[in-house]
Design a protein around this ligand. Structure first.
Ligand code: NAD
Length: 333
């Protein structure tokens, strides 16, 4: 079976997903939701989208009467995810929502509840959860190849450009680097270690308060403690490039990924050597797998559901609280 998808938000990542979906076997782009009529026309021509599957931000509740669309993929600024995802759920369609799923845990919980009430699935765009080298390292860790895991380091960052973009607007982004790129280290620490953290400490550095206004984080270092005794040490920043690296260490071995979360190719090695897997386009694999999850109830190796996204949002809340108070914050995921 083929999952018939409409994309809501025709920006740069939406376009990347649309291009990747051309190679999907079990998912197909069939519709669009956009506030810009000229973009709708371009996408219709480019992807062969029929007029009856085109909606705008005023009328997309009507998608409930469209039997030719199964799911809507929300790919807009973070601050819009909650309201849009809930509207999609109320229209009876499955929701795929980009990361971060919302701007805090309260919003994320509302999304989980709304999708449950509407009896639709909610998946978050965690493309790394389907990436072959990542999955191989997770397999090896589960098989005990690294022994008792004691340490994870996650480095996530890049230098952000245009100061007027939505990513530097507190209302639309929900924060700064943490919401955009720091979440990769948060999420990565969990799938690499294989546990959920129980505490967090965090420290913020802001060198450019003109560019990074109140509530928009520039650089945050954070530490997570895990129930099995492992610790994670992570960096999230919008002020340095060449930060895309995961390092996992146990008492018998290690794994390193660099790049660890970019669009690829991902590079991975362990104490036994390089991982040799062919590069796959992340979003192609993601959408085929999400089709199986939604239409056939397949269980992914690493979860991508709303509860998984909610856990990351609880950690983000904890990091911001730890920065504010300077104190260690207990986490209850
Ligand atoms: P973008 O700015 O390129 O696109 C955003 C789209 O939302 C645009 O088409 C814009 O017109 C539309 N939009 C609707 N209402 C808007 C408003 N009020 N203000 C601004 N834009 C509005 O951004 P993007 O890079 O495509 O990011 C979109 C989402 O995708 C974000 O949540 C981001 O975190 C996520 N993303 C995920 C990945 C990934 O690898 N999983 C990569 C990039 C972006």
């Amino acid at each position: 079976p083929v999952l018939r998808v409409a994309i809501l938000g025709l920006g740069s990542y939406g376009e990347r997903v649309a291009e990747a979906m051309k190679d999907c076997k079990r998912a197909k782009l069939v519709g669009v939701i956009s506030g810009t009529p000229s973009k709708v026309k371009t996408w219709q021509a480019k992807y062969g989208i029929p007029e009856k599957n085109c909606y705008n931000y005023e009328n997309y509740d009507q998608i409930k009467n469209n039997p030719d669309i199964d799911a809507v993929y929300v790919i807009t600024p973070n601050g819009l995810h909650k309201e849009q995802s809930i509207r999609v759920a109320k229209a009876g369609k499955h929701v795929i929502c980009e990361k971060p799923m919302a701007v805090n845990a309260k919003e994320a919980q509302e999304m989980v509840d709304a999708c449950k009430a509407a009896k639709v699935k909610l998946l978050i765009g965690y493309r790394m959860h389907f990436e072959p080298k990542t999955l191989e390292i997770i397999r090896q860790r589960k098989a005990g190849e690294f022994g008792k895991v004691l340490f994870f380091q996650g480095l996530s960052g890049f230098i952000i450009g245009d100061p007027t973009q939505w990513r530097l607007n507190k209302k639309l982004a929900g924060g700064g680097a943490m919401m955009d790129i720091g979440v990769y280290s948060i999420n990565g620490s969990r799938y690499m270690i294989g546990e959920d953290p129980i505490w967090v400490t965090a420290q913020e550095t802001k060198n450019n308060p003109q560019k990074f206004k109140e509530g928009v984080d520039e650089t945050i270092q954070f530490q997570l403690g895990f129930p099995g005794g492992a610790v994670a040490s992570c960096l999230s920043t919008y002020s340095m490039n060449n930060l895309d690296r995961f390092f996992l260490n146990g008492d018998k071995g290690f794994a390193e990924m660099a790049p660890s979360t970019g669009y690829g190719p991902i590079k991975g090695r362990t104490n036994k050597g390089e991982l040799e897997y062919p590069h796959v386009t992340h979003q192609t694999v993601q959408m085929d797998e999400m089709s199986d999850i939604i239409l056939q109830g397949k269980q992914p190796i690493v979860p991508v559901d709303g509860e998984e996204g909610l856990k990351d949002m609880k950690i983000v809340d904890g990091i911001f609280l730890a920065v504010q108070t300077g104190k260690k914050v207990d986490l209850k995921l």
